[in-house]
Design a protein around this ligand. Structure first.
Ligand code: PGA
Length: 250
């Protein structure tokens, strides 16, 4: 049995004051979250603060990105050892916004995935197709290519120690959620692909769905056999909404 995971991706949102309010709200409702593991991924500058506020709770903390190097002359970048040092357990790699806005390739993503593992962090590897790719019927090819870059660099066993997030790009921040069946189809495809390489890895790895998940659609999505929770953007910025999603697997 895979434990569900609900991870909030706060993206570039929040302030010290709003995060105090959000964290107080989340902490207050955590006792009602029975099944899911829960994580939040704040902007870099607030990670230490959030890790401090999360101490003694079941809430884990993650980062939204990582540099693939350990240290050195990389102005503006943040390394794995630093993330570990300030209390991160997870790091998102290959989010579609990193790929689309900052030009990160499959190989860049694979190197970041490797760095996360090297420095003791669990990567949350994002994969997913653009709307035109879905319309062309090449969703599986895209997801295949994105996964293969990581498997080529790190091997299939590494996938078993990571989390995968399937996020159709057309569903992110658009209010257009993939239907539970559309999501399940891709999740099942991913798991079957992994099973061909290593059945134990495929059975073990958590595959999250991301893209306009809300309290109102989480139960149906997370009820699908290959959907093991969610990566939540907009709805993770409101404690009540985020908690409703966290309680969906209850
Ligand atoms: P969304 O974002 O929930 O706002 O659609 C999901 C994500 O980008 O991880």
């Amino acid at each position: 049995m895979r434990q569900p995971l609900v991870a909030g991706n706060w993206k570039m949102n929040g302030s010290a004051a709003s995060i105090d309010t959000l964290m107080a709200g989340i902490k207050q409702g955590l006792a009602e979250v029975k099944q899911a593991a829960v994580a939040v991924c704040p902007p870099y500058v607030y990670i230490a603060k959030v890790a401090d506020l999360a101490k003694g709770t079941k809430l884990a903390v993650g980062a939204q990105d990582i540099n693939d190097q350990e240290s050195g002359a990389h102005t503006g970048e943040v390394s794995g050892p630093m993330l570990k040092d300030v209390g991160c357990r997870y790091v998102i790699v290959g989010h579609s916004e990193r790929r689309a806005i900052y030009g990160e390739s499959d190989d860049d993503t694979a190197r970041k995935f490797a760095a996360a593992r090297k420095f003791g962090l669990t990567p949350i590897l994002c994969v997913g197709e653009l709307l035109e790719e879905r319309e062309q019927g090449i969703t599986e090819d895209v997801v295949n290519r994105q996964l293969d870059a990581v498997i080529k660099l790190e091997g299939i066993k590494a996938i078993g120690e990571a989390v995968i997030a399937y996020e159709p790009v057309w569903a992110i921040g658009t209010g257009k959620t993939a239907s539970p069946q559309q999501a399940q189809d891709v999740h099942a495809f991913i798991r079957a692909k992994l099973a061909k390489l290593d059945k134990a890895v495929a059975d073990k790895v958590q595959i999250l769905y991301g893209g306009s998940v809300k309290g109102s659609n989480a139960v149906e999505l997370f009820g699908m056999p290959d959907i093991d929770g969610g990566l939540i953007g907009g709805a993770s910025l409101t404690a009540d909404e985020f908690l409703a999603i966290c309680r969906a697997p209850n």
